[in-house]
Design a protein. Sequence first.
Length: 563
Amino acid sequence: MTDNNYDYIIVGAGSAGCVLADRLTADGQHRVLLLEAGGSDNNLFIRMPTALSYPMNNKKFNWYFDSEPEPFLDNRSLHCPRGKVLGGSSSINGMVYVRGHACDFDEWETLGAKNWDFRHCLPYFRRSESWMDGESEYRGGDGPVVVNNGNNMTLNPLYQAFIDAGKDAGYPTTDDYNAEQQEGFGPMHMTVKNGERCSTSMAYLRGAMKRSNLRVITKAMSRKVIFEGKKAVGIEFQRGQQVSTARANKEVLLCAGSIGSPTLLQHSGVGPTAVLKDAGVPLFHELPGVGENLQDHLEVYFQFHCKQPITLNGKLDLISKGLIGTRWMLCKDGLGSSNHFESCAFIRSKAGLKWPDIQYHFLPAAMRYDGGAAIDGHGFQVHVGPNKPKSRGTVKITSSDPSEKPSIRFNYLQAEEDREDWRSCIRLTREIIAQPAMDPFRGDEIQPGIDIQSDEAIDQWVKENVESAYHPSCTCKMGAEDDPMAVVDSDCRVRGLQGLRIVDSSIMPSVTNGNLNAPTIMIAEKAADIILGRDPLPPADVTPWIDPEWEDRQRQNSPVRPG
């Protein structure tokens, strides 16, 4: 394809864009252009799971966004990495596979996203996935994204000890938090295939790129949507110093993510009047919800010394890294094939909550997520934080220059309920780690530190230490026709315009209970059928598990040892 006319133009080759590129070209009937601002994902450190910190810290693969000073975090600015490479954030993320709780999607429908309840979404989760144990009523058996339990927790006893500690503390266990029962402690799932990262680029795009009806242009920054009347007819994009246009005969599909999609709309004159006026962009179509409703997950590293020399802190020297890397290069197994988050938990912080609101990733090491600031000696940590925040933020352009980064303000911890949730989170975590199952391993608490006990001390420590879990979302939310802040309808069409849809995490009405790669892939799978006018997959006939006494209890049993 050498001309600039296509049936569909997809902006962004990330977790959603790669899915659409594959599904829309599969039958050979449509000419599709995929525009990606980043470059190739053919990189050793992207492919190697244990090396996840390298692409995340590389400006070649990461947009390197940062928030504005956050007023409720003592004006700290938090990092907001987003993938700038084929595969998008699925090429730089932690490879954790979490669908979210069934009630998250039922909540979407109550917020105006018709037919996006769990029964209608589950078939598309299944279609996207190849689960290590094969197909079931909840899991997929032959989809593009390969999901497994990593090393099945056999390489380190701390993984099982954490699960047993949860059981000691009175919580349920779950063999598969992505199936009938999310709530509880159990093994964590990762998107790794044959020892390598299974990004959406690897899972969907590589095969699709062999088709003559798909053209992929990398290092192409989309500048604005081109309209004729109220119909989107193309994209203006830039490669180097050259500005070009491409025309879409059917539709323009924005898959630029929760930061990129609202930003591109605003640069196209679509968004809140005041934001566009302040940025010097002429208003084309007023949509007050564009860039609003920003949600994210926060987390802290709850760290302890380990009494046994069995943690990954003992594998950080050059010789150990070399041996791990060599084994991975030769065999694609061992520590190099894991993201090291191999056990986890989802719990409710209090009675009266129907589904979990706190998530744990367990790591048999004490270091930063980006690979820095490891402690001396041995340690372990849990990444933990509340998953259903009440605070809301914004994404706003501040200039008419599309190359300038937008203003991102999350307003983390603005809501008093969020601060209360963090107090519960810290205290419940201490209680879990204090259980007998952790006795052989648990040393002194490194952070927060045993002196952080009062509400005031916890509030201050959280403000000083909390970090983004890198799950920004909801900035172009899907909603009902009478919702003035809804940006897209239940078919992902931008309200008041023709030929323009958004398909990515920005259209989530509310953030799901977990990591966002899996639900973003699901959104694109479901949207592909909508775009192509195909009958949707039949809704699933399942009844997910919910604690029958959730209204009256926070967990099933009393802890073995009081916290």
